[in-house]
Design a binder for this molecule. Structure first.
Ligand code: C5J
Length: 221
């Protein structure tokens, strides 16, 4: 059985199909100056460093004709799917729904809500809009994964301890075997990223596996 060298132990790949790449929220709102991430006072440059790594994984999955699912975090223009418990948080200059340099913050269809150009999906690739932190909450992701017979997820994106970790936990609860790519995920806070990497694969892989992109690429070939 082909496998990826990973922590806490090798990640066995499913035969033929069953594997998908999940790219979480690599959107301008989080990665570019003027977006939600910056409005909350974060240095967005840290997140830009993982773009080439995700691009390599994206190219490998495309070459192998394996499915790629991307998510964007965003809300309806009337914010009916954004509860006060989300909108009222943060002490930044801009809140969700306010007008910023890239349009309304974290609102679907606005320029800032677009996936960054470097990782733009192909027309036949799936992009899932999600109103929450977890990619399964109020989305059809589970239905799509079942339709494609996916059992294993290689997970990348931002931010490690928020949407990425939440999604990985949701996926694991639903029976998916998840591997988080260490250099394909990033946080505005390096210590939170490190803690997340450690906690997801602690206790024998309580949520799943972690590996570097190079190991993933080697395992795929
Ligand atoms: C946040 C995310 N941090 N994609 N979203 O609000 O992690």
């Amino acid at each position: 059985m082909p496998a990826i060298t990973a922590h806490p132990y090798d990640y066995e790949l499913p035969t033929a199909t069953g594997l998908a790449l999940l790219i979480i929220d690599m959107q301008r709102d989080f990665l570019e100056p003027g977006g939600f991430g910056a409005a909350l006072g974060n240095d967005v440059h840290r997140l830009q460093a993982i773009v080439p790594t995700i691009k390599k994984l994206q190219a490998a999955f495309r070459a192998l004709h394996l499915p790629i699912f991307q998510t964007v975090e965003g809300h309806q223009p009337d914010l009916s799917d954004c509860p006060p418990s989300k909108r009222d948080r943060g002490k930044g200059t801009l809140k969700i729904g306010d007008c910023g340099p890239m349009g309304r913050i974290l609102v679907l269809g606005e320029p800032g809500n677009r996936i960054i150009d470097e990782l733009a999906p192909l027309p036949d690739e799936t992009v899932i809009s999600k109103p929450g932190k977890g990619a399964f909450y109020q989305t059809n992701l589970e239905f799509l994964l079942k339709t494609h017979n996916i059992s294993h997820l290689i997970i990348t994106g931002v931010t490690t301890e928020v949407c990425v970790q939440t999604t990985m936990r949701e996926a694991n609860d639903r029976g998916y075997e998840c591997l988080l790519v260490e250099d394909g995920t990033e946080s505005y806070f390096p210590e939170f990223k490190q803690a997340t990497l450690e906690m997801v694969c602690a206790q024998g892989g309580i949520v799943g596996w972690c590996a570097r992109a190079q190991a993933v690429l080697a395992g795929l070939n």
